[in-house]
Design a protein around this ligand. Structure first.
Ligand code: NAP
Length: 282
């Protein structure tokens, strides 16, 4: 029987820890870390994500601000706001909620955020520098690594399979696993014999976006399973990329969906803000 990696509880513990850390930071450095989130337009899902970020940033005591800009905002107007925040020494982290409206070049926006304030971790990954050069890692990939580490199992030397090579999760999480000295395989839609490969993996991170494509018979007994996918099953119920019911009895550890990677992602955004702050004040 796999042990459940309870992302919700782990995130709650991290928030408590970070709240205390923020109090100490204020005493030691004379100000609290600042996070500014920019949202352009009215995308309903983005509105929910931004509200969650704001609530949790406030919970740990960050100086947090949300800048809401209308759908018709021009790229130059958005870039001007980013430039102002780049120059503001009370702002440690800047996050532009994606997607931005179609008339705005997403890559230009990402590139405009100062690398030392890039709490989404795009810069570090794009440059291939990753953590080695001090840039923070993207939130969801960092959440995956953190969750694996909470099991107490080592990553070094293990065979880790990442299913999915997306820019936001698959590729960066594979890089982070390499940094942890795992032997990494990346599978994608053209991979042959996924089941065969999966059965040799000590760790599987599934970041595909297809319900239950990793089944119990594809899992090596005792493996650690991290499920990033957020899907609806045939009954409209939220589910991951891993078929929980068949995989859980075989796995050593498994994250549920919901309640696994999801709650950890925002906790990692706050952690990234604290890490950027520490680089600014030290
Ligand atoms: P993405 O960029 O579309 O990447 C999906 C990847 O899955 C692609 O590399 C694709 O391969 C691969 N794929 C598709 N069908 C496959 C198959 N049958 N076998 C193996 N690989 C297959 O998606 P994403 O942005 O990484 O997101 C993936 C999932 O994670 C989504 O469900 C998303 O909602 C979820 N997500 C969750 C969080 C969270 O906080 N929990 C955060 C971000 C994303 P090709 O490259 O060959 O097309």
């Amino acid at each position: 029987m796999g042990k459940i990696i309870d992302g919700k509880a782990i995130a709650a513990g991290l928030y408590d820890q970070m709240r205390q850390e923020v109090e100490q930071m204020e005493v030691q450095y004379g100000r609290r870390p600042g996070l500014t989130v920019i949202i352009v337009g009215e995308d309903p899902a983005s509105q929910v994500y931004v509200r969650n970020k704001e609530v949790n940033a406030k919970k740990v005591g960050l100086v947090s601000e949300v800048i809401r800009m209308p759908e018709q905002t021009t790229q130059d107007e958005l870039l001007a706001v980013i430039a102002r925040l780049n120059a503001d020494t009370t702002v440690d982290g800047i996050l532009v909620q994606l997607p931005v409206p179609k008339h705005i070049d997403k890559d230009a926006v990402i590139a405009a955020v100062a690398p030392d304030k890039d709490v989404d971790g795009f810069f570090g990954m794009k440059s291939g520098f990753t953590l080695k050069h001090g840039y923070v890692a993207p939130c969801t990939p960092r959440a995956c690594i953190h969750l694996i580490k909470t099991t107490g199992e080592t990553i070094e030397g293990k065979h880790a399979l990442v299913v999915g090579r997306g820019e936001l999760v698959g590729k960066p999480v594979a890089t982070l696993l390499l940094n942890e000295n795992a032997t990494v395989t990346i599978a994608h839609s053209r991979t042959r014999n996924l089941g065969e490969i999966a059965r040799t993996a000590d760790i599987i991170i599934a970041a595909v976006g297809k319900p239950k494509i990793i089944t119990g018979e594809m899992v090596k007994p005792g493996a650690i399973l991290i499920d990033v996918g957020i899907n609806r099953d045939e009954n409209g119920k939220l589910c991951g990329d891993i078929a929980f019911d068949s995989a859980e009895p075989v796995a050593g550890w498994i994250t549920p969906v919901p309640g696994g990677v999801g709650p950890m992602t925002i906790a990692m955004l706050i952690r990234n803000t604290l890490d950027c702050y520490l680089k600014h004040v030290k």
